[in-house]
Ligand binder design. Structure first.
Ligand code: GLY
Length: 359
């Protein structure tokens, strides 16, 4: 598959959008109700044939919501030439992308991500899908967006905790491939306690701050790294799996949190998961000694949680059941040092034995 992940930058005036979408006769906007203001701004500079508002939560990330989108499209006589414009976070792009993948056997879509996490990760690379019976992303399709439009100014209304959860995915990306950007991001987010880009005022009153410019640059860098990894291996036959750094432990942490009714965001679970992966990596003599400690300190500085509240054994048991477990083995992404990781398959028992020897 020849894939090009097209990332385009936009400012708060959305001046580029009409040009990007020129010639589109059937644009349908699918947007998260929480960012109706962004949908309104975007729609005001385009000719939109219909808008579909959705509620976004892991509970509503289901086939029923996809069906609701399909029905709305059908009722509006959307043809195979239609284009869905997904405006929202990762759940929105997963739902709208999957709806686009299957409506009339496939129509095009494009993403305008409105969370930091989706700007650096979820809205890039064409993974779409829904949860089934509480299992995350069990149904889905690879369906590449026409483009992902990054407008850092929309992050102005993102709650600080959600912003920090996105920082975790950004740090993950830099840990894969760019040690310098990793250090710069840690420093920036440690120094910036309220890392919002702009004042949160209406569009015409917004002022880009110096921090905002630096954050925008880091977002663009992380998005470009993700795009390059996806282009190398669009359907995750091999190397794309490095993007799961911190996610193998992270998903298990999220599952435990769900069982116990604890409130842990995806990015927070990934942060804790990266530290655990670093610990495992040290025990497997893959990482430099001290890497896990460094990540712990870095994440604490940026306001991310750095201690997993669950015993590692319960996480490894959950992992054994995870969809990524193949033939009893789990593919771990082990950091070597900032900027370098390796993929290593091992059994859950092996991982547990190694983990027992970590400090
Ligand atoms: N979020 C991981 C991936 O896109 O492969």
């Amino acid at each position: 598959m020849d894939v090009h992940c097209r990332i385009v930058a936009a400012d708060a005036s959305w001046a580029r959008l009409p040009e990007l979408l020129s010639g589109e006769r059937e644009i349908f906007v699918v947007y998260d109700k929480n960012v109706a203001w962004v949908a309104q701004e975007v729609s005001s500079c385009l000719t939109v044939k219909g808008s579909i508002a959705i509620c976004t939560s892991e509970e509503s990330k289901t086939l029923e919501t996809v069906q609701a989108i399909e029905r709305a499209l059908l009722q509006a006589d959307a043809t195979r030439g239609a284009l869905l414009l997904a405006i929202g976070g990762g759940i929105t792009s997963d739902l709208a992308g999957f709806a686009a993948a299957i409506y009339k056997r496939g129509i095009r879509y494009a993403n305008i991500p409105t969370t930091l996490l989706s700007q650096v990760d979820a809205a890039i690379g064409g993974k779409t899908g829904v949860n089934l019976d509480g299992y995350k992303n069990m149904l889905g399709a690879f369906h590449m967006p026409e483009f992902t439009c990054l407008c850092p100014a929309v992050l102005s209304t993102l709650p600080a905790r959600e912003f920090r959860a996105g920082v975790a995915e950004m740090l993950k990306t830099f840990l894969l491939a760019d040690a310098e950007a990793y250090a710069a991001a840690v420093q920036l987010f440690a120094d910036t306690k309220t890392p919002l880009l702009v004042s949160g005022q209406p569009q015409n009153e917004r002022q880009d701050t110096e921090t905002g410019v630096l954050v925008s640059e880091l977002i663009a860098k992380a998005a470009a790294i993700k795009a390059a990894i996806v282009e190398e291996d669009p359907t995750e036959k091999g190397s794309r799996a490095v993007l799961n750094l911190g996610h193998t432990f992270g998903h298990a942490i999220e599952q435990q949190a769900q069982v116990k009714g604890d409130d842990i965001m995806h990015g927070e679970a990934v942060a804790m998961g990266m530290i655990m992966a670093a610990r495992l990596s040290e025990a497997a003599a893959v990482a430099q000694q001290g890497l896990a400690r460094r990540l712990e300190q870095d994440f604490a500085q940026t306001g991310l949680p750095n201690r997993c509240p669950y015993p590692v054994q319960s996480l490894l048991e959950a992992m054994a059941k995870d969809k990524k477990a193949a033939g009893g083995k789990v593919k771990f992404v082990l950091p070597v040092r900032p900027g370098e990781v390796v993929l290593k398959e091992m059994s859950v028992d092996q991982a547990y034995d190694l983990y027992l020897h970590t400090k």
